[in-house]
Design a protein around this ligand. Structure first.
Ligand code: ADP
Length: 250
């Protein structure tokens, strides 16, 4: 069964058409890089998938359920594009922000149990932020905040993880750690969609490329991207093979 099926999706803000007739599906275990120029509709598409915006036309199915009736949001991890304004979370500590990834998915009363504490400890460890656990989130650097939000997105071991530019504030070392962590989750069976501007590198990690510019320009494996004549026409051969990142293998 596909994890995500998007059919004929259309969206507009007021009169401006943002997404035009977008259709694609994501299979279990896929690792999809969602790329496109600034303003091409990537964040809008993610928000529609997550139910934060309603499409003007078309449908979205998640794990075989219509988005409107999807009962298992606890299976989904989401890392939003912008680090929330610290005042919104103030005075929550790092540990409490990570715990929100569990609490928000519980029914009332939302007590944390012992195994929740273990999950939080594990997520803090994976992102190397255990030492920061008691520090107020608002006092951290942007890069540290981004690592905390990654921990919040993965603390519930999601089957489907959607991330909007998760590495923009990370230094090179933490970026490598982040990609290794996501690769581990993916190898463990998690399906990944990652919005990124890092076209030159994402081919080292992800298995599929979804390129949109308000409409769908390309969707497929990097090998297909590498061999596509349509892509050559759009990007030119040089950019095509920088992006495919597997040119030697293609
Ligand atoms: P991307 O993530 O690819 O940079 P976005 O999905 O954020 O693109 O935005 C797509 C287009 O929609 C842009 O032109 C942006 O200015 C516009 N847009 C985004 N949010 C809003 C909004 N709340 N109201 C009106 N226009 C918006």
């Amino acid at each position: 069964m596909d994890v995500l099926t998007v059919r004929n999706l259309n969206f507009r803000y007021n009169t401006a058409e943002i997404l035009k007739n977008i259709s694609f599906s994501v299979g279990a275990g896929d690792y999809v890089a969602l790329v496109g120029p600034n303003g091409s509709g990537k964040t809008t598409l993610i928000k529609i998938i997550l139910g934060l915006l309603a499409p003007y036309g078309g449908t979205v199915d998640i794990f075989g359920h219509g988005r409107e009736y999807f009962p298992h949001w606890d299976k989904i991890g989401y890392l939003p594009q912008k680090v929330a304004h610290p005042n919104q979370l103030f005075p929550a500590s790092v540990r409490e922000v990570v715990a929100m990834g569990l609490i928000s998915r519980k029914r009332f009363p939302r007590y944390l149990r012992r195994n929740d504490e273990e999950k939080i400890g594990a997520a803090l460890g994976l992102l190397d932020i255990t030492d920061l656990a008691r520090i107020p989130f608002a006092e951290l650097s942007l890069g540290q905040q981004q690592r905390v939000l990654v921990a919040r997105a993965i603390v519930n071991k999601p089957d489907f993880l959607i991330m909007d530019e998760p590495t923009s504030a990370l230094d090179p070392e933490n970026r490598e750690r982040f990609f290794a962590l996501i690769q581990d989750l993916n190898r463990g069976g998690a399906t990944i969609i990652i919005v990124t501007h890092d076209l030159g590198n994402i081919g080292r990690y992800s298995s599929k490329l979804l390129y949109i510019d308000k409409r769908l320009i390309f969707y497929g494996s990097f090998e297909e991207f590498c061999h596509s004549k349509d892509v050559t026409q759009l990007f030119g051969e040089y950019a095509q093979h920088i992006i495919c990142h597997r040119h030697d293998a293609c």
